[in-house]
Design a protein around this ligand. Structure first.
Ligand code: MTE
Ligand code: MO
Length: 161
């Protein structure tokens, strides 16, 4: 385990929102979770075709450690939830829970602790969403992941005739 320094602190990712146990992970702490290797091939409008290989835990497993406040046995209850990821530079993107849930789209979004053979301890984790055709949701130096229920629509049952 590396010593905790002011620099390392800047590379941590905070999990916030509708969670039982909000938590802060260093890159090293993310390594304690089971890791996957995923490849991201995408087309950037500015720089053309890009390809990277990442190693890290599944985003769904990272968020589960913080206890999202849905009924875990109720599949449809989970579909109300959104996930916003924020980079240190302010770049943000949103995913839905259904995208990363193994019982729905099962996209293997990963919080990378390693990119192309390089450890990311001094930068912060990299969110990668395999399958995205543009690089916009592959977010470097992720500092916050916010999870919340999108309960803004009010259901008004139609009046009975
Ligand atoms: N934090 C952060 N990550 C980001 C971006 C950004 O602006 N901020 N841009 C994205 C875009 S649009 C692309 S194409 C890729 C580019 O990654 P690469 O040049 O390292 O292949 O980074 C993505 N990750
Ligand atoms: Mo891009």
């Amino acid at each position: 385990m590396k010593p905790v320094t002011a620099d390392l602190h800047a590379c941590q990712v905070r999990l916030s929102g509708d969670l039982l146990a909000p938590v802060v992970f260093s890159v090293d702490a993310l390594r304690a979770l089971p890791a996957r290797e995923v490849e991201a091939t995408f087309q950037c409008r500015r720089t053309g075709l890009r390809r990277h290989v990442f190693v890290g835990p599944l985003l769904v497993e990272v968020i589960r450690t913080a206890g999202p406040l849905f009924d875990p046995g109720e599949r449809k209850d989970r579909l109300r939830f959104l996930i916003a990821a924020l980079g240190q530079d302010g770049h943000q993107a949103v995913l839905s829970w259904g995208e990363i849930d193994p019982e729905f789209a099962d996209t293997h979004a990963v919080l990378g602790t390693r990119m192309d053979g390089r450890d990311l301890d001094d930068e912060g984790p990299y969110l990668v969403v395999p399958g995205d055709r543009c690089g916009g949701r592959h977010i470097s130096q992720v500092s916050e992941i916010r999870v919340w229920a999108a309960d803004h629509l009010i259901h008004c049952p139609a009046p009975r005739a």
